[in-house]
Design a protein around this ligand. Structure first.
Ligand code: GDP
Length: 336
């Protein structure tokens, strides 16, 4: 059922925001979130659950992943969770192309995901969008105004200028891609965020790739399992089912899954338990093997290198995605 069999229908695009630090990714997401369905329904107050949906007057909608940054994107992709359809590349008009701009471009290229460029901070006096265009062009991005097909929109995330144009550009890009998904049959979905709520237990925000996720189903999520006690949309409203590209929060899992975990629907509790146990065993085996490999590696180089002091670190955050991003960042630190 994970192929294209069954009823195939158009689906909204899933968008990730990337770009250099301080170029305005968070500000852009904040501004877009304020125009989201959830914000409209809840009077402007939204909870950070990992994704939100923006609906246009035409009825078309866009799903935004609410975690800026490249670590989350590549970590999810590395685990096979390719949920992003379009990347918004944020470049500050007063700063231009920077190392992480290039990194974002290469991430998108490797993932074969099209880019829409948002030149941000165009409200600033030092803004020079033309320079950014030339820089991007010379980095090999084929911009629309240079005869290519990458759209460029000038915006200001702070003064909320050009956001409608950006949304239009994203819709156009989505239209060109002709995004479709199977809507009937068991769902295949991916976790974009997970957290533990004191009263409600483990909660996982997932985006359905294909099929329909239905409340009451038994599911295996990564190595965890559970029965869907309730599904909530981004506005926190209980819903019976979720279709492709629709973010929903799942309540009813026995443990906390990780961002990037896949969601599989199974037909019984026994099956869910079995699959989850099998996956847990494999995970533990992989973990032990990795520790083993590290130890042998250390033992080999141990003789010449000076003794090291180990400092265990516990990373705590509100949501699983943040934990992963911080952990990845810590791992990449390499100071003596
Ligand atoms: P991130 O690191 O890419 O997430 O960047 P942030 O969203 O945190 O923004 C970095 C800084 O740039 C903050 O101080 C923002 O207030 C500022 N900023 C973001 N967007 C704009 C904009 O459109 N205009 C101006 N003038 N400042 C902006």
């Amino acid at each position: 059922m994970h192929t294209g069999e069954g009823t195939v229908e158009p689906r909204p695009a899933v968008v990730t925001v990337m770009g250099h630090v301080d170029h305005g990714k968070t500000s852009l997401l904040d501004s877009l979130r304020q125009t989201s369905v959830a914000a409209k329904e809840a009077g402007g107050i939204t909870q950070h659950i990992g994704a939100f949906v923006v609906e246009m007057q035409s009825g078309a909608s866009l799903t935004f992943l609410d975690t800026p940054g490249h670590a989350a994107f590549s970590a999810m992709r590395a685990r096979g969770a390719a949920v992003t359809d379009i990347v918004v590349l944020v470049v500050a008009a007063d700063d231009g192309v920077m190392p992480q701009t290039l990194e974002a471009m290469s991430h998108a290229k490797v993932a074969n995901v099209p880019i829409v460029v948002a030149i941000n901070k165009c409200d600033k006096s030092g803004a020079d969008p033309e320079r950014v265009r030339i820089q991007l062009g010379s980095e090999g991005l084929l911009l629309e105004d240079m005869g290519g097909d990458v759209q460029v929109v000038e915006i200001s995330a702070l003064s909320k200028l050009g956001l409608d144009k950006l949304e239009e550009a994203l819709l156009l890009q989505a239209e060109i891609m002709d995004l479709k998904a199977r809507t009937d049959g068991p769902a295949q979905a991916f976790v974009v965020e997970a957290r533990v709520d004191r009263g409600r237990g483990p909660l996982a925000t997932t985006i359905v790739k294909s099929g329909t996720l239905v409340s009451g189903q038994y599911i295996v999520v990564g190595s965890e399992w559970g029965r869907i006690r309730s599904l909530r949309d981004t506005a926190g409203k209980v819903t019976e089912s979720a279709k492709p590209a629709m973010p929903v929060e799942i309540e009813g899992l026995r443990g906390l899954p990780m961002a990037g975990d896949d969601v599989v629907v199974v037909d019984s509790e026994e099956r869910a338990r079995m699959l989850s146990q099998g996956r847990k065993k494999k995970q533990e085996k992989d973990r032990l093997r990795k520790i083993d490999e590290n130890m042998t590696e250390e033992a080999e180089i141990g003789e010449e290198t000076p003794e090291r002091v180990e400092m265990p670190i516990i990373v705590k955050a509100d949501v699983q995605g943040s934990v992963q991003a911080v952990t990845d960042a810590l791992r990449s630190l390499n100071s003596p």
